[in-house]
Ligand binder design. Structure first.
Ligand code: IPD
Ligand code: CA
Ligand code: CA
Length: 267
């Protein structure tokens, strides 16, 4: 199988992310109807489903045979070695309430490694992109994460899952983390949190419990912007823990999270 050109994958991902984002934006009608998934606070709207349908249809049309993994149910290994990992709306609770912090996230894996990442924020019309080894950009301008060296000066984003027990464990970290850093932000969209690290809008981000579609694109964008990403104790980033930080404060944040056993299963 010939390896696909990352530039072609990027162009398709950008086109699809913009189209899905515009569709979701046009469907927004205030606090409307929604269904719930894993817990009563884990919501899915018609726009999540319509956005995923547009993305899957676009991928199937342009690149039949590619695999797809989507939050709202798309799951197909494919036959080409290329797999699209998509979150049709990251930040659904914000979307539901009319808060602007939500995005379409598309990571494209080639032979199991993320080669391209695109996160499109329709409310601000901001497009974050990255190609492995080719840097990260915001609306075409190169991105560089902040240079910070003191944990006490570090603005840290984090997030909380939908499961009550996991939330209790996540909240239990805060009395130790909050006094150790500049401040905490909880924006409500993991993909945008990772892009915020890349763009220097925060200095670091950590979260337990992310799914592949939350982090696929954002991890590449943060990495290509110079951030250090990982899990705890030498592991890679995963659902157990994702840390993305300015390299000068990664170790300090990592060690603090290790001291709190922040990647322990919450039950
Ligand atoms: C959620 C958001 C949120 C994070 C959760 C995710 P969704 O994704 O990224 O910021 O804290 O862990 O599940 O449900 O809005 O796509
Ligand atoms: Ca998500
Ligand atoms: Ca989602």
């Amino acid at each position: 199988m010939t390896r696909p050109d990352p530039a072609d994958l990027l162009a398709l991902a950008v086109d699809l992310a913009r189209r899905a984002g515009s569709l979701a934006l046009s469907m927004h009608a205030g606090l409307g109807r929604f269904d719930t998934k894993s817990t009563p606070t884990d919501v899915v709207t018609a726009a999540d489903r319509a956005s995923e349908a547009l993305l899957v249809e676009g991928i199937r049309t342009a690149r039949p045979g590619d695999g797809v993994l989507g939050e709202e149910g798309a799951s197909d290994e494919g036959t080409t070695g290329v797999r699209w990992v998509i979150d049709p709306i990251d930040g659904t609770v914000n979307y539901l309430y009319g808060l602007p912090q939500w995005a379409v996230s598309i990571g494209v894996e080639v032979d199991g490694t993320t080669a391209v990442g695109v996160v499109y924020d329709p409310s601000k019309d901001e497009l974050f992109t990255a190609v492995r080894g080719g840097g990260a950009a915001l609306d075409g301008r190169p991105l560089r994460c902040n240079e910070v060296s003191e944990l006490s000066q570090t603005l840290v984003a984090t997030g909380f899952g939908y499961d009550a027990q996991r939330r209790a464990a996540q909240a239990a970290l805060l009395p130790t983390v909050l006094p150790a850093v500049r401040d905490i932000r909880r924006v409500g969209a993991g993909a945008l949190d990772l892009c915020a690290v890349a763009a220097g809008r925060v200095d670091a981000y950590y979260e337990q419990g992310l799914s592949p579609w939350d982090m696929s694109a954002g991890l590449l964008i943060a990495t290509e912007a110079g951030a250090r990403v990982g899990g705890l104790r030498g592991r890679g980033p995963s659902g157990d823990m994702v840390v993305a930080a300015s390299p000068g404060v990664f170790d300090a944040l990592h060690d603090l999270l290790v001291s709190l056993d922040a990647d322990a299963a919450p039950f």
